[in-house]
Ligand binder design. Structure first.
Ligand code: T5A
Length: 216
């Protein structure tokens, strides 16, 4: 059986990492084979590219930004995600290609379809089975990030209109592909958010032939 790729997306501080950990815990309790990866990063090359991309003050033009994210993604897909899927694993990925379309397309003002096309080689046909979009007002997400740690990275430091455009981009993507996206109001308490994610994931797993030991 081939595995399953579930990606998590949303504006800054939407709670992706929190929800991925909760879902990974739930799946592990069910004795299902789950692995967690993140973008940009997850490989030695990807982590170096991540440092460059997020370093405050680093000058990167929008086109270079697209290809740096795509380069990190290519390495992660080829060396980590595809091999895990081939082994039948459930891969939970913290951001994926939709982040490039929302941030570099909508946020930076590049043609969204061009950004998608620029990622074709990196994806090599790998596409998410399910994408969880945690939707939150950027002001609230950034506040959460600032409550958690001092200082914002290069992308977080962008102004509010950038983050609002990113949010709009994500919503457009979800409207275009309702079967792939699960949109959840990320302003809800953690547990309520996770219930929506568990229910949808469990349904998809059952559909794909994974055995669940108990109800959500
Ligand atoms: N990017 C990425 C691009 O521009 N293009 C791309 O192609 C890709 C892949 C990555 C940056 O790169 C950009 C997007 C990003 O700007 P990152 O450090 O990986 O940088 O940043 P994020 O992915 O945004 O991750 P964050 O850790 O900042 O946010 P999360 O994971 O969404 O949020 P999380 O879970 O860490 O939660 C944030 C805080 O909120 C609390 C948590 O406890 C934590 O303190 N929280 C809640 N509080 C109240 N209610 C809830 N429901 C809560 N859920 C979590």
């Amino acid at each position: 059986m081939t595995g399953l790729l579930v990606t998590f997306e949303g504006p800054e501080g939407a709670g992706k990492t929190t929800q991925i950990q909760l879902l990974a815990g739930y799946l592990a309790q069910q004795s299902l084979p789950v692995e967690v990866v993140r973008e940009p990063g997850g490989t030695s090359l990807g982590e170096k590219i991540r440092d460059l991309l997020l370093e405050p003050g680093q000058e990167i033009c929008p086109g270079a930004e697209v290809y740096l994210y795509a380069a990190a993604r290519a390495q992660l897909v080829a060396n980590v995600i595809k091999p895990l899927l081939d082994k039948g694993k459930i891969v939970l990925c913290d951001r994926f290609v939709d982040a490039s379309i929302a941030y570099q397309g909508w946020g930076r003002g590049l043609e969204p379809q061009g950004v998608r096309d620029a990622n074709a080689l990196a994806l090599d046909g790998t596409w998410p089975d399910l994408t969880v979009l945690l939707d939150i007002a950027p002001e609230e997400g950034i506040r959460r990030v600032m409550d958690r740690r001092a200082g914002l990275d290069r992308i977080e430091q962008e102004d509010l209109s950038f983050h609002q455009a990113v949010r709009r981009g994500y919503i457009e993507l979800a409207v275009d592909e309702p079967a792939r996206f699960l949109v959840v109001d990320a302003a809800m308490p953690r547990k309520e958010v996770s219930q929506h994610i568990f229910t949808r994931t469990a349904a998809l797993l059952a559909e794909k032939g994974f055995e669940l030991r108990s109800e959500v």
